[in-house]
Ligand binder design. Structure first.
Ligand code: SF4
Length: 410
């Protein structure tokens, strides 16, 4: 799923600050809204996200909670004054685990609190195993205009290894069903550098994905999250993760084949036909504010950051008591806030312009000369280059070492 590999930007929890749920938010102009649905029909080998199994009754109860979270957050922090959401993203977990009635209740609960009329892009993540014409029809009726299909592979053996509970054929059928339902804006997620997968096998998966002619593909290298069955398998010596060279080769092949198919690598892990980039994620990477609802969801508003505790029981308990759910929150100083927003943009193909950025965020001005000098040095090393618009972007080599580049700028 889209959320499997952090395509949806989630800030790490900060320490201290307003840990009692008080949010001294600076209202952004129009919100970007993320709703986490923490249910799945099993657990994938590599999954470090907050999701679990639940019975029908628990899922029904959950459906009304994100709307309640909006309400109590608004009451505490004036979120209602942020303006209507411009993008909306249902991720997880597996949103379809709520079923059409549950999703209807979720949408109704949100609409009772906030107008969704101004939402320009509304994405729902879909697990191929849970796609049905009835679900797609309901999504269209509510106004969903983009779906993100969590394929992860188009090779049944790899899917089995990853603990996915669907086949490659199910992915192909899900894409066809979504198209038939009228979804033109559609993305597919793939995982690269899976243990035991040769470059030739990865090439075949990429070719199969390209053949689906989708406007958006996300490709992440498999990462080993703590306390997952994958991490345990590696620790026990049963699984060997690909080395860095193999990982880079898989990602370079990805850029080559997807580029040849007309997809632009607009962010390190995301490719799209021009005009089909995910607006929700772009907004987060460009440093805009967003509100995350649901256990484990994160939010950024002005200088504030907060992350809801990954605890469904506590989430439900506090919201049903009329309180904000348990959160870890922090307030950044303006300089730290500006740096964080700046480095987010470095991963984007459009690049960053430190001068324009410092105009928008005055707290960045003391860092401007240092950033310009660092960028010039990184350009000499071949990892950054000027854009036509006068900003700076990663080079092909820079994309391979993006984390190190970001560390230099930090
Ligand atoms: S589908 Fe798999 S990877 Fe995605 S949230 Fe569920 S368990 Fe995790």
């Amino acid at each position: 799923m889209w959320a499997d590999n952090r395509a949806v930007v989630r800030q790490p929890a900060g320490g201290g600050g307003l840990g009692d749920g008080r949010l001294a938010a600076t209202p952004p102009a129009g919100a970007h809204l993320y709703v986490h649905v923490p249910f799945c029909d099993g657990k994938c080998l590599y999954c470090g996200f907050y999701s679990g199994m639940a019975d029908t009754a628990q899922r029904q109860v959950y459906a009304s909670l994100p709307g309640q979270e909006w309400q109590v957050t608004a009451a505490v922090a004036g979120v209602a004054s942020w303006g209507a959401p411009r993008t909306l993203y249902f991720g997880g977990g597996t949103p379809a685990m709520l079923g059409v009635p549950g999703l209807q209740a979720l949408v109704d609960g949100l609409r009772a609190q906030v107008s969704l009329a101004a939402v320009a892009e509304w994405t729902v993540e879909l697990n191929p195993a849970s796609v049905t014409p009835a679900l797609l029809q309901a999504l269209r009726a509510w106004g969903v205009n983009r779906v993100s299909i969590g394929a992860q592979s188009l090779d049944d053996e790899v899917l089995r290894f990853l603990g996915r509970r669907h086949t490659a054929q199910a992915v192909i059928e899900a894409v066809a069903m979504a198209r038939a339902a009228g979804f033109a804006n559609m993305g597919l997620d793939l995982i690269a550098a899976v243990p035991g997968v040769s470059l030739a096998a990865w090439r075949a998966t990429l070719a199969a994905a390209v053949a689906l002619e989708l406007p958006h593909l996300s490709v992440y290298a498999l990462s080993m999250e703590a306390q997952t069955p994958l991490a345990q398998g590696v620790a026990a010596g049963h699984v060997a993760m690909p080395d860095e060279e193999a990982q880079l080769a898989a990602l370079a092949l990805t850029e080559e084949l997807l580029g040849a198919a007309g997809l632009v690598r607009y962010e390190i892990s995301n490719y799209a036909r021009p005009g089909c980039e995910c607006q929700h994620n772009l907004a987060c990477w460009r440093g805009e504010d967003y509100l995350g609802l649901g256990p484990s969801a994160s939010s950024r508003a002005g200088l504030q950051r907060w992350t809801n505790q990954a605890d469904l029981t506590a989430y439900q308990h506090d919201l049903q008591g009329g309180r904000p759910p348990p959160r870890e929150a922090e307030e950044l100083d303006p300089a730290a806030d500006a740096v964080e927003r700046f480095v987010f943009g470095v991963r984007l193909h459009e690049g960053v312009d430190p001068v324009a950025f410092a105009c928008r965020y005055p707290a960045a001005r003391p860092r401007l000369n240092e950033w310009l000098a660092t960028l010039a040095r990184l350009a000499q090393q071949g990892v950054m280059a000027r854009t036509a618009a006068g900003g700076w972007q990663l080079t092909a080599h820079g994309r391979e070492v993006a984390d190190a580049v970001v560390a230099e700028l930090l």
